[in-house]
Design a protein around this ligand. Structure first.
Ligand SMILES: Nc1ncnc2c1ncn2[C@@H]1O[C@H](COP(=O)(O)OP(=O)(O)OP(=O)(O)O)[C@@H](O)[C@H]1O
Length: 661
């Protein structure tokens, strides 16, 4: 009945980390099996004594269980993060292979503590970055806008990303006087005050701590040397995004730091194949930051975390409701020959805490979020189970397309729909590096926390699971054990007529009852699980509906806004044209008036002298007088009536022409 850990060929190693409790005297529902003291792999959980309905004990297998006393460094060393990093770096002229490190756990179980650390303790992310920068130190390029390396890095990116040198990026968000020079020389330029871990973000200057105030421990002094490719030069490119309500959002837009893009609405990004990456899906259009030092990378990380807190979770700052992705792309090319950059990515995922919908006390969006989280974790669990079943010879299709989370985590681990299953045989050839490394999943749990939520997470994530029901204590078996101990089999045969036959029958019946009640227990458990799934599905359905409405509203708003801006632009254009026309008219009129005025002046200019004018008038007067005299004479010679008639008839003749006789 020993459930073996899944074969090592599976895509995930799953570690369980238990967090120390701060509740005194709380009942513990989770126990670690101490069969192998140094390397425990199994735990059992049993429902709290207050729960009278269930008595089933569930047993789970993990790659390894870390108990409460495990320190951050124990986890870092014990989960194989270092070999994962070496794989990403790609030793000896080989291309690196992608690596995934993820944490999963109920809210408050210590996910953030493990992956991101606390005020005083570094998390796995910071330690992994430290190892990366320490080991590539001498071979790391320092790209600035001016250097020739930067354009080549930007050109090598296949994901339609916008690349920025860290100094320029940080400068644009926080910098007043923090020039590139300031960052790279690590000069003590005045840095914003440390406050983000306290959650007080009053001004953008205070959003981010100084690198010197980031926790420094645990240090990595006693870490073995990490192998790097000595012939390579490296560049480290950081990007961050979150999956929230099944949509992908960039976390490095700077919207939380009050930069000029602050008011911009967050736009969801697509996970798709691009022109330069036709056979592989990537998150397209991210901002990517090329980091030249650990300090820069930590500042970028912190910037993304602030944005996740502010933009992502909105009012609910207590618990992370999105799946956070922190991607460290290691770009590499031959030091002397240069040649093309190749890239492999270490992705660190902080999966959202699962909560039962009924535990999310607020309604509306929160409930929908809880539904989405539960749903995506359920799909994640299905994928993990399926993929490890597949390793055992089954040929199930891993249903990773059901939500963004599993699509992001799995789609590049499995052959795409166009490739056939024979793809498996090609793993060792050609596109070998495309086959990601075995991923590390760290499940965190509080042994005295919420039983229901924790057991659900364990069911989703454990490598193997087994349900047992404690046997009903049997009176007859006790009696029988007494009789059989003496005579054994022979006594049983000879005693057919003796009371032992009745005992036997009774024992069988009791066993049957025990078996049946065990079955009932298991079925009840399954039913509970299915009910939870149904509820999660219903919640996600509602979430989808809400989302649809939201999208519709967004589209409407966008259309309206666009129409308004267009109308406004058109109005302005018209107004402009109208004014121009009016101006032109005015000018025209002015010119006309000018011309007129000039004309008048020309006529008036040769002002005639009064004597001349009098003379001229006199002459005119004389001529007119003569004309009058002549006309008078003429009039006296003709009768005025006759003359008028003649004139009229003549006119008629002229007008009507030949018609007149
Ligand atoms: N192994 C540990 N040792 C000491 N303190 C721990 C440990 N794990 C968790 N804690 C503390 O417990 C508290 C809750 O842990 P944490 O914030 O990491 O939970 P979480 O799982 O990330 O929750 P959420 O999903 O809400 O973010 C923190 O104050 C953290 O410092």
């Amino acid at each position: 009945m020993e459930p073996p850990p899944r074969p090592s060929a599976s895509l995930f190693d799953v570690y369980l980390r238990l967090r120390p409790s701060n509740v005194v005297g709380a009942e513990r529902f989770l126990d670690v099996e101490q069969s192998d003291q140094s390397n425990p792999t199994h735990i059992t959980i049993k429902p709290p004594s207050t729960d009278h309905r269930k008595r089933a004990v569930e047993r789970f297998a993990f790659t390894r269980v870390f108990e409460e006393d495990a320190a951050q460094l124990d986890i870092f060393k014990g989960t194989g993060v270092i070999p994962l990093i070496e794989g990403v770096l790609g030793v000896d002229g080989k291309e690196g292979r992608d690596g995934l490190l993820a944490t999963l756990g109920v809210t408050g179980s210590g996910k953030s503590h493990t992956i991101l650390g606390s005020k005083t303790q570094r998390g796995l992310t910071q330690m992994a970055l430290d190892v990366l920068f320490q080991s590539t130190n001498k071979q790391l390029v320092q790209p600035t806008y001016g250097s020739s390396v930067f354009p080549s890095l930007a050109a090598a990116d296949v994901s339609e990303a916008q690349l920025f040198p860290a100094a320029a990026f940080l400068d644009s968000l926080y910098g007043d006087n923090q020039s590139e020079r300031g960052f790279n020389s690590r000069a003590q330029t005045p840095m914003p005050e440390y406050s983000s871990f306290l959650g007080t973000t009053t001004t953008r200057q205070r959003n981010i701590p100084r690198p010197s105030t980031f926790p420094q421990s645990p240090t990595l002094q006693d870490i073995d040397v990490v192998h790097v490719d000595s012939n390579a030069e490296y560049a480290i490119v950081v990007s961050m995004y979150e999956v929230y309500n099944d949509r992908i959002f960039d976390l490095l837009t700077g919207s939380a730091t009050g930069s000029k893009n602050g008011a911009q609405k967050r736009r969801a990004l697509l996970f798709k194949s691009t022109e330069q990456s036709p056979d592989r899906k990537v998150v397209a259009g991210l901002k990517k930051i090329v980091c030249g030092s650990l300090e820069e990378a930590l500042m970028v990380l912190e910037t993304g975390l602030v944005e996740r807190r502010v933009a992502g979770t909105g009012s609910n700052a207590v618990s992370s409701r999105s799946h956070g992705f922190f991607c460290v792309e290691v770009k590499k090319r031959n030091k002397s020959r240069h040649g093309p950059w190749t890239a492999s990515t270490l992705t660190i995922v902080d999966l959202a805490g699962s909560e039962r919908a009924r535990h999310a006390k607020t309604a509306g969006a929160t409930l929908a979020e809880a539904g989405k989280i539960n749903e995506s974790l359920m799909y994640l669990g299905q994928c993990m189970q399926m993929q490890s079943d597949n390793q055992e010879g089954n040929k199930n299709i891993v249903p990773f397309r059901q939500c963004k989370l599993t699509e992001l985590l799995f789609s590049n681990s499995f052959p795409s729909s166009s490739a056939t299953t024979s793809h498996h045989h090609h793993y060792h050839h050609g596109s070998n590096h495309r086959n990601p490394q075995k991923a590390i999943m760290i499940v965190t749990a509080d042994p005295v926390g919420d039983f229901n939520a924790t057991s659900q997470i364990l069911r989703y994530s454990a490598l193997a699971r087994e349900v047992t029901v404690p046997r009903i204590p049997s009176v007859t078996s006790t009696i029988l054990s007494g009789t059989t101990a003496n005579g054994g089999k022979s006594q049983l045969i000879e005693g057919r007529t003796s009371p032992s036959a009745a005992y036997e029958e009774l024992e069988q019946a009791t066993q049957e009852i025990a078996r049946l009640s065990e079955e009932v227990e298991v079925l009840a458990l399954r039913l509970a699980e299915e009910t939870a799934r149904r509820k999660a599905a219903e919640a996600s359905w509602r979430a989808a509906e809400d989302h649809m409405l939201e999208v519709e509203q967004d589209v409407r708003d966008e259309c309206f806004a666009e129409m308004e801006t267009r109308i406004e632009a058109e109005r302005r254009r018209w107004k402009g044209a109208w004014e121009e026309e009016a101006d032109r008219n005015d000018e025209h009129m002015d010119r006309k008036i000018e011309v007129l005025v000039q004309g008048i002046q020309v006529h008036e200019d040769p002002e005639p002298s009064e004597a001349e004018r009098a003379e001229e008038l006199e002459r005119e007067n004389e001529a007119l007088r003569r004309k009058v005299e002549m006309l008078e004479r003429e009039a006296q010679m003709k009768s005025p009536i006759k003359k008028q008639r003649v004139l009229k008839s003549r006119k008629w003749e002229v007008d009507v022409g030949f018609e007149s006789p």
